[in-house]
Design a protein around this ligand. Structure first.
Ligand code: SF4
Length: 368
């Protein structure tokens, strides 16, 4: 399969939604129909969704704003969530990583990771509202195959349904209020965009997470980005670049082999002109691979004059991986080169390193 031209086709969202009847898998209209069928009022359905999406209540019995008899019936009739929490790890900085398992769709089960990072856990991104940042997955596994990424090592199992993406937000909200979200977990969001868009609509409209507080990170398929931009998507865009050199990007982001970096950057420029929002370029720093002074200078040359910023992410070591994290001095030198070229650059250190926090590690451990 070539993910550039032949992406895995997501099952129609409605077909997936009915695979398992849960509160999140039903549309608001379907929920009203179910509630009235149980003899409740339509506004009870709205209260139920609010309790789950806004307040993070995951237990019918905790929803005291609903009549007790209705709660008892819902307890029997309608699970709220489809997934199962298969593992949880919490780091000293209170970063919590969940491994969620979803049932089979088209013969394929899904195990994905969701990470909840309270603002105190973020050294470089403290949030004035004091809520957490949630990192969300869009696919079980990933077809892009980046050699430094644990998710990429397992390939793609399947796309997540929209309610499975939304469930990650709901479970994250249950751990504490959310201030931001990054769609940077497992998977390539633009290869499951139809389902992601449905979930993000609910996140925006019903959970109240504004579009500037949601960032979607992609490897940057130019054609797909250009199709999205006129629709004014409700998120900020991040593109994972990882190197200024074409040959090296072909190795580090294998599914983009043959897509010129300049085309990706041009699509980012078009995005800015269409949406008025600057693109952030993500750059995972790998010691001795893409962290040299030359890489920094060539990256600056690529981005000079563009309305964009850079997010430097020192690699989070994965056991059995040959890649290593650069030391702090090398990271700072790289950043300074960009700053001297008047390119805004920030460093995002991954957190919770001691407890399976690298992308895909909980799932890899489970798979083994
Ligand atoms: S780094 Fe992102 S795009 Fe690359 S394999 Fe991992 S999840 Fe996929």
């Amino acid at each position: 399969m070539d993910p550039r031209t032949d992406p895995p086709t997501p099952a129609a969202p409605s077909a997936e939604r009915h695979a398992q009847r849960t509160l999140l898998a039903l549309s608001p209209a379907e929920l009203v129909a179910l509630f009235t069928g149980l003899g409740a009022q339509p506004f009870h359905a709205r209260i139920a969704r609010e309790n789950v999406l806004r307040k993070g209540l995951l237990d019918w019995n905790a929803m005291t704003s609903l009549p007790a008899t209705l709660r008892a019936e819902l307890e029997r009739e309608l699970p709220i969530l489809a997934g199962r929490e298969a593992a949880r790890s919490t780091a000293a900085d209170r970063t919590t990583k969940l491994l969620l398992e979803f049932s089979r769709q088209a013969g394929r089960a899904a195990a994905v990771e969701t990470v909840h990072m309270p603002s105190l856990a973020l050294e470089h991104e403290s949030d004035e509202r004091g809520g957490a940042t949630l990192c969300v997955s869009t696919q079980a596994g990933c077809p892009i195959g980046c050699p430094f990424c644990a998710s990429g090592q397992l390939g793609l199992a399947r796309n997540l349904a929209s309610h499975e993406i939304l469930e990650q937000y709901v479970r994250g909200r249950a751990l504490g209020p959310l201030a931001r979200s990054v769609v940077m977990g497992m998977g390539e969001p633009l290869l499951n965009y139809a389902n992601l868009a449905v979930a993000l609509d609910a996140v925006h409209d019903e959970m109240g997470l504004g579009s500037r507080r949601v960032t979607v990170s992609t490897v940057g398929f130019p054609d797909r980005l250009r199709k999205l931009a006129p629709g004014r998507p409700r998120f900020q865009l991040a593109i994972s670049l990882h190197t200024p050199d074409q040959e090296q990007r072909d190795e580090l982001v294998p599914a983009m082999r043959g897509v010129p970096i300049e085309e990706v950057l041009a699509a980012g420029d078009d995005w800015f002109h269409e949406t008025g929002r600057e693109v952030t370029y993500e750059y995972v720093l790998l010691r001795g691979v893409n962290d040299s002074a030359g890489h920094a200078r060539r990256l600056a040359d690529r981005l000079r004059g563009r309305r964009a910023s850079v997010n430097l992410i020192p690699y989070n070591p994965v056991s059995e991986s040959p890649y290593r994290r650069p030391d702090a001095a090398a990271v700072e030198a790289f950043r300074r080169t960009l700053l001297e070229a008047r390119i805004v650059a920030t460093v995002r250190w991954s957190r919770g390193v001691e407890s399976d926090a690298a992308c895909g590690q909980l799932r890899l451990r489970g798979a083994r």
